[in-house]
Design a protein around this ligand. Structure first.
Ligand SMILES: Nc1ncnc2c1ncn2[C@@H]1O[C@H](COP(=O)(O)OP(=O)(O)OP(=O)(O)O)[C@@H](O)[C@H]1O
Ligand SMILES: [Mg+2]
Length: 360
């Protein structure tokens, strides 16, 4: 629905955005990330026409943004900025109601909408409606900034480091809240940050910029697992992501693990393999011995135990108090997409899947 085509922005002596082409689909949560000065804010400001493009074109639903009347564009696009930019002489409620007022909504409708948004952002309307910006904490002010961007129910939200000024703990809870709000409201969001953890937590797609150019545009999962070159790799900072995983107990992410016994006929495993792509093979006492996949079915062996690829649970499995980081490092070492979770004797309890780790 938002489409940039060869967009360039040249300031005197500086190309801030350089032939940038990308699309954001309806309902997508697109996060633009990159080092300071790479052109993130400039890109957002061109989308809502705060600054003109030097070359190239931007369309919304196929229509060039310069073909919309400015007020039409403003109704469709909400904008939240890092510095919040609340008007100090107006109450919270009046700040939130600015765009609806410009659009001539009646007062009772604006009031209902304002209270609804305060509720949505976990600010008690009775407490906050009539406060002034100077009475708010940084985190509260940023919530009000987000509420204001949402006020006229725009289909598109542009957010320029909206959580930038908030301490890490409040910030994480706001991110989680916001991801929830996004699921509920199904907005199309373009969100700027230079915090890779934030990007991975909330984005459906991430766009990495460097010197005004697009370096990679992909899902968080692919950015993590297949970064396009050294710049992205270094920007992600693998140890930072791993640091986070090392705070998460693997057992919280454990799923039921499909399995058969080693004496089971190989053919009886075919259905489960088709469903799960692989199966764990257990001894009579429940100990993990190995796994089966599609290739094992072609082995011509009679039983699961004969056809399986063996594994040593001490090398490949995790125990209940392992962290997700440990689970991931087992998978990487052993080249497997999921790790069995076992008790101290090697008895299968469940499994941890790569996809769940990346989501975490
Ligand atoms: N009005 C302007 N006049 C001249 N140069 C500008 C102007 N606005 C931005 N620039 C330059 O364009 C480049 C991109 O700026 P931009 O604000 O888009 O960066 P950014 O990626 O948002 O950075 P940050 O993470 O620091 O906010 C920078 O080098 C900046 O100095
Ligand atoms: Mg910026």
């Amino acid at each position: 629905m938002i489409s940039l085509n060869q967009v360039t922005k040249e300031f005197p002596g500086k190309i801030a955005v350089n032939e940038l082409t990308f699309e954001v689909e309806r309902g997508e949560f697109c996060v633009i990330i990159g080092p300071s000065g790479c052109g993130k804010s400039t890109t957002l400001r061109m989308i809502n026409r705060l600054i003109p493009v030097s070359a190239g074109s931007i369309t919304l639903d196929g229509v060039d943004i310069y073909n919309y009347r400015p007020e039409e564009l403003r109704r469709q696009i909400g904008y939240a900025i890092q510095s919040v930019g609340l008007f100090p002489h107006m109450t919270v409620a009046r700040n939130i109601g600015i765009v609806p007022q410009l659009m001539n909504w009646d007062m009772s409708k604006i009031r209902r909408r304002t209270d609804e948004l305060l509720d949505l952002l976990n600010l008690d309307p009775g407490v906050y409606r009539d406060q002034y910006p100077r009475q708010l904490s940084g985190g509260e002010a940023q919530r009000v900034g987000v509420a204001r961007a949402l006020a006229a129910d725009p289909a598109i939200l542009l957010m320029d480091e909206p959580f930038g000024a908030i301490d890490p703990i409040t910030r994480e809870s706001l991110q989680t809240e916001f991801a929830r709000i996004q699921k509920e409201l199904k907005k199309t969001i373009v969100f700027v940050t230079h915090d890779i953890d934030e990007a991975i937590r909330i984005a459906t797609r991430i766009l990495v910029l460097k010197d005004g150019k697009l370096v990679q545009h992909d899902t968080p999962e692919n950015i993590m697992t297949a970064p396009a070159g050294r710049f992205v790799t270094e920007f992600i900072g693998t140890d930072r992501a791993l640091k986070r995983l090392s705070r998460l107990p693997a057992v919280n992410y454990m799923k039921e693990a499909p399995n058969v016994r080693e004496s089971d006929p190989l053919q009886s495993a075919a259905g489960l393999i088709a469903e799960h792509r692989y199966l764990w093979v257990l001894a009579h006492d429940g100990k993990v011995l190995g796994w089966l996949d599609e290739n094992s079915l072609k082995s011509g062996e009679q039983t699961a135990g004969l056809a399986m690829t063996s594994l040593d649970f001490r090398m490949s499995a995790v125990v209940t108090d392992s962290t997700l980081k440990e689970a991931l490092s087992r998978m990487v070492q052993q080249g497997i997409r999921s790790a069995p979770v076992v008790d101290m004797k090697g008895v299968l309890l469940g499994e941890i899947r790569m996809g769940d780790i990346l989501e975490a």
